[in-house]
Design a protein around this ligand. Sequence first.
Ligand SMILES: *[C@@H]1O[C@H](CO)[C@@H](O)[C@H](O)[C@H]1NC(C)=O
Ligand SMILES: *[C@@H]1O[C@H](CO)[C@@H](O)[C@H](O)[C@H]1NC(C)=O
Ligand SMILES: *[C@@H]1O[C@H](CO)[C@@H](O)[C@H](O)[C@H]1NC(C)=O
Ligand SMILES: *[C@@H]1O[C@H](CO)[C@@H](O)[C@H](O)[C@H]1NC(C)=O
Ligand SMILES: *[C@@H]1O[C@H](CO)[C@@H](O)[C@H](O)[C@H]1NC(C)=O
Ligand SMILES: *[C@@H]1O[C@H](CO)[C@@H](O)[C@H](O)[C@H]1NC(C)=O
Ligand SMILES: *[C@@H]1O[C@H](CO)[C@@H](O)[C@H](O)[C@H]1NC(C)=O
Length: 898
Amino acid sequence: MGKGFYISKPLGFVLFGLGVGAVLTIFALSVVYSQEKRKNEVNARDGTRMVTTAAPHSTSAPSNEPWDKYRLPDTLLPAYYNVTLWPRLVPDEQGMYIFTGKSGVALTCVKETNLIIIHSNELNFTLTSEMHHAKLAGLGGTSAPVILKTWFQIQTQFMVILLKDNLQVGKSYWLYMEFRGELSDDLGGFYRSQYTENGVKKVVATTQMQPTAARNAFPCFDEPSMKAVFHLTLLHPPGTVALANGMELDDQEVLQTRFEPTEKMSTYLLAFISNQKPNGDYALSVTFPILKYLENYYNTTYPLSKSDQVALPDFAAGAMENWGLVTYREQSLFYDPKVSSNEDKEWVVTVITHELAHMWFGNLVTMRWWNDLWLNEGFASYVSYLGADYAEPTWNIKDLMVLQQVQRAFGVDALVSSHPLSSREDEVITPDQIDQLFDTITYSKGAAVLRMLSEFLTDLRYYDVFTRLVVDADSSIQLPASINEIMNRWILQMGFPVVTINTRTGIISQQHFLIHPDAVVDKPSDYNYEWFVPITWMKSGSNMGQHWLLTKTASYEPMKTDTDWLLANLNVTGYYRVNYDPQNWERLLTQLTNLNMIIHRAQIINITLALRTTKYLYEEKEYIPWESAIRNFEYFFLMFDRTEVYGPLQTYLQRKVKPLFDHFKVITSNWTRKPPRYMDQYNQINAVSMACKTGVKGCSELTRMWYRQWMKNPDSNPIPTNLKITVYCNAIAAGGVEEWDFGWQMFKNSTIAAEAEKLLYGLSCTKEPWLLNRYLEFTIEPNLVRKQDVAFAIVYISGNVIGQPLVWDFVRANWEHLTKDYDDGSFFFGRLIRGITRKFSTEFDLQQLQRFKEDIAASSFSFGTQAIEQAIEQTKANIKWVSENKVQVMNWLIEQSA
Ligand SMILES: *[C@@H]1O[C@H](CO)[C@@H](O)[C@H](O)[C@H]1NC(C)=O
Ligand SMILES: *[C@@H]1O[C@H](CO)[C@@H](O)[C@H](O)[C@H]1NC(C)=O
Ligand SMILES: *[C@@H]1O[C@H](CO)[C@@H](O)[C@H](O)[C@H]1NC(C)=O
Ligand SMILES: *[C@@H]1O[C@H](CO)[C@@H](O)[C@H](O)[C@H]1NC(C)=O
Ligand SMILES: *[C@@H]1O[C@H](CO)[C@@H](O)[C@H](O)[C@H]1NC(C)=O
Ligand SMILES: *[C@@H]1O[C@H](CO)[C@@H](O)[C@H](O)[C@H]1NC(C)=O
Ligand SMILES: *[C@@H]1O[C@H](CO)[C@@H](O)[C@H](O)[C@H]1NC(C)=O
């Protein structure tokens, strides 16, 4: 699925033929990719099977019966499905939206068995005349055994069919079923989305199958390696449009659209939509060039006959790479230059590239099982920057990877409750476990580690074709160990090292970096939490080199220096942090303003040093240093905004940001024009938001003036699109109920998702507790705020210093309601829990959080447990950090203003 903070889920590729799923590397993948491609070709011609099923695994289920295990047995393989679905776009007499379906699957027996076990969840089946839930027939002249009994295993989500005699190896059978299901608004499986057009309510029936919801739409072998061909037919009202993975074949009968058979593919990539909204122009204009770019990158033509991009008003993830029919959250696809900001545009282009990258890597070649999801999502996240850079070459978008992926991954991966990129296959079994994999580690660490790989294989034209990687790596690149040996250390153990370089002695050492240094690492690692670290370095701005650190400690003459400064991990291409001896730090600090490679400033780890690096900010105009400084200060605000440090922090930052604010005032001719450089357009947002946040004179006046003008004339919004988000926030914070109500009206009236989202945020900035409480109540009214947006809204409110305690009480008071109605996998709860505990930094906070964890453990609800674990650890780290640094920071800040 898509990425970023709307982290969407899916991607995948089935890595066939690889015995040890967990030890995959790109290296292995490249070989597999080419083999698989060949197999696909062969397969298309001779129809032989290409998927080898995984062996079943033991699970926590109580018995040893095959239907109590979560993994399918290895006895049967699907070849193709014929599925007809009929979603009703109006409610039935009971007020329920439903769909009905008929589905047949041709299956081949590969091991003798008298059981058919197929996924099915929340579907009701029609009984046959023999009172069974399915019919079985032989194909190709085979006769089928009689069905003795059919039943459902709710927990493992199976339909089980017990036969009188065994199915015969090598023979094929046709299993046929009729069923009905609810077309609910739960954002998963076959679900409904709603919008209003010209005052008329429209209903869209759409799908989100990844990872395990295809079974909620029709009975199927719902594992990624169980690839098959799908013949889909949708019944839908006249005047509406139906789409699916394949091209439509005919729809003379108005009500029925048949689609061409799909490629042989995984169930989780299926999609069908009835009654969809139109596409975006910007998206259309970039899609074609990106597809061309990717064809070149993979050296493989686009595998399908069409590529639809469809936006949906209700969508849990950012986007989903269904093969040939990519679905998006509206913000991820629509860009309107009159309303949307640069950030919106960047989001659109990177999400599109991410999803299109999956059309090959993920869809054509698919992971065998979910434990290798990281390769799929990490790769697409990484490639999305390359493709976006191609589509928008002037943006320098690749530079943002450090801030958006590497730093983000560091945040989570410095916890002992983090996890390795790749898990063992038998550690990821249940739908909950699979859902939890769609997290920051999978996406951002995946991207960061692949970026490092592509950097140290310097000559690698990794994008030409996967096979080239093998050739290049073997012939021309000097590596200290095989790619497997190097990569396993990054893939199979969690965390990352901090590398300490003593430039006086030339001694370098590595250590597992933990945000809470006393935390106990209780997960053993085969590699002892040591890594093979590629260290690029530069001495005094000219002399450059690269070394490998393969042990805990080593000594390197070239890094020894008495007078020069030494900088390591250039451009932060390595997935690790660096510390130096104090002398080198001092010398580096004097260089900071001169160093051209601004990204480096993002990796300093010593608090006092970090603070000192910000002293020069009053003369800094560039985006990346400002952005990384602000992100670091954000932590200060989270920890200190209710303490006595807040005042001195405001004063300090106000002085730093004022010159930037004034600079933008000048280059925008008193805020009437856009800054010409793209990165300046981003930095202007920082200038205004920091200026308002710290009370720079003129800022609040500016935002209030714009907002008032808009209130006077709601049809014409005078606020520069890039600044909307900060202007809404500041004007609503400075205003009262009138400003808030206007914003709320505009939110409800907004037909553009990107605009609505900005207002959703702006509304959280009010300083009135009663408005915040009312807003919280509004968020769980489905008619007021879409389910897809609720977690965001609640987290926004908790970012407000006044809103934070209100949210914490609210979430606990409404927990049952939230778990019942908002459970869309761990997205929702992970996002919510992480967001609302960000400010937690006292023993009292910690106790409350631990009690909350116990309460949840006592209920049957299991989502979000990983997020709670991480929140507890983060809270402990915060407590420690505050106790160690608060006084130091406070004194330092006061000294500065003396
Ligand atoms: C499945 O559908 C295809 C395409 O419509 C058709 O050719 C085939 O006969 C169907 N298979 C069965 C077993 O009904
Ligand atoms: C399926 O059956 C259950 C139990 O009878 C019922 O509550 C549910 O509403 C049915 N679902 C549909 C979509 O008909
Ligand atoms: C791309 O593929 C073609 C044919 O498969 C091959 O001849 C060519 O060398 C490949 N190009 C690159 C750059 O790998
Ligand atoms: C670092 O990034 C800059 C800007 O993208 C690039 O020009 C430079 O070559 C990179 N340096 C290294 C050592 O990778
Ligand atoms: C951070 O830097 C300060 C000043 O150079 C020094 O006193 C302190 O020991 C350093 N802390 C760490 C953890 O390196
Ligand atoms: C800038 O714009 C504001 C509001 O339109 C106006 O009051 C002010 O005089 C302008 N300042 C200058 C220097 O033009
Ligand atoms: C919102 O839309 C309604 C109906 O379309 C309209 O009556 C109302 O004036 C709009 N409100 C604002 C503030 O534009």
